[in-house]
Design a protein around this ligand. Structure first.
Ligand code: NAP
Length: 246
């Protein structure tokens, strides 16, 4: 009888927020998980420790997804320590709200570097070396559909990610790899909460008909579906997980 090989998942930006919840959920689903982060080494190490206590295989790997060389090293380390990649979750992302007229060149570059180039770097690497039958889950945002003032640069990066998702799903024909995206509505993480007043947060919480902010686990469960066997026939789609906000 052949021994079942444990599948390997890379989750970018998994030291905190939604990515940390996705890593915990995929570990519970039976994946060996790679917790990628940019600077929060302590939080990434703590998550690795907590997951290992449950019997999961988990490692933390620092890599700025905006750097192609660091992303190559991320895949190198993953293959060396855990094996070839089956699931890639492109969760790492940043959001700074600013009116277009007030957006600096530096903010434009930083947002596109992390959100767009970051997803591009990992997808290109995945195309070269991911196992057939694998899953890629990208991160868009429901903000894209809302067209709120201040979100032009962020939304433009997520529009690019959705384009990558649709095209890459077709380019991987023959490899049995699905490429989908999840587009959360407002989720209670640093990315949303930092710098906002309690009134602003209450406003975001009141927007979905389900009348609350999303929690990281709400999104992690959707990623688990897209990364798991039940989503085998879902490909090239954007799943808007947002409590009905439109
Ligand atoms: P978050 O709480 O701010 O966490 C962001 C994560 O990304 C952190 O682990 C951070 O690592 C990592 N990261 C940032 N820059 C990176 C880089 N250059 N390379 C590698 N990792 C990097 O954000 P979140 O709310 O969980 O957001 C996760 C994803 O969901 C993002 O793509 C975001 O656009 C999307 N999203 C969020 C919401 C929301 O309301 N929260 C709604 C829709 C979509 P360090 O800790 O090391 O900095």
């Amino acid at each position: 009888m052949s021994k079942q090989v444990q599948q390997v998942a890379i989750i970018t930006g998994a030291s905190r927020g939604i990515g940390a919840a996705v890593a915990a959920r995929l570990a519970r689903d039976g994946f060996a998980v790679v917790i990628n982060y940019a600077s929060s080494a302590d939080q990434a190490d703590r998550l690795v420790g907590a997951l290992r206590e449950t019997g999961a295989r988990a490692i933390a790997v620092r890599a700025n997804v905006a750097s192609a060389a660091e992303v190559t090293q991320l895949f190198d380390t993953t293959e060396r320590e855990l094996g070839k990649v089956d699931v890639l979750v492109n969760n790492a992302g940043i959001m700074k709200v600013a009116q277009l007229a007030d957006t600096s060149d530096a903010l434009f570059d930083q947002t596109f570097d992390v959100n767009v180039r970051g997803s591009f770097n990992t997808m290109r690497e995945a195309a070269r070396r991911m196992n057939s039958g694998g899953r890629i889950v990208n991160f868009s945002s429901t903000a894209l559909a809302l067209n709120m003032p201040g979100y032009a640069i962020y939304n433009a990066t997520k529009a690019a990610v959705e384009s990558f998702t649709h095209v890459f799903a077709k380019e991987l024909r023959g490899r049995h790899i699905t490429v989908n995206a999840v587009a959360p509505g407002p989720v209670a993480t640093d990315l949303l909460l930092d710098g906002k007043t309690s009134e602003q947060i209450a406003h975001f919480a009141s927007m979905p008909p389900l009348e609350r902010l999303g929690q990281p686990d709400d999104v992690a469960d959707v990623v688990s579906f897209l990364a798991g066997p039940d989503a085998r026939w879902v490909n090239g789609q954007v799943l808007r997980a947002n409590g009905g906000l439109a």
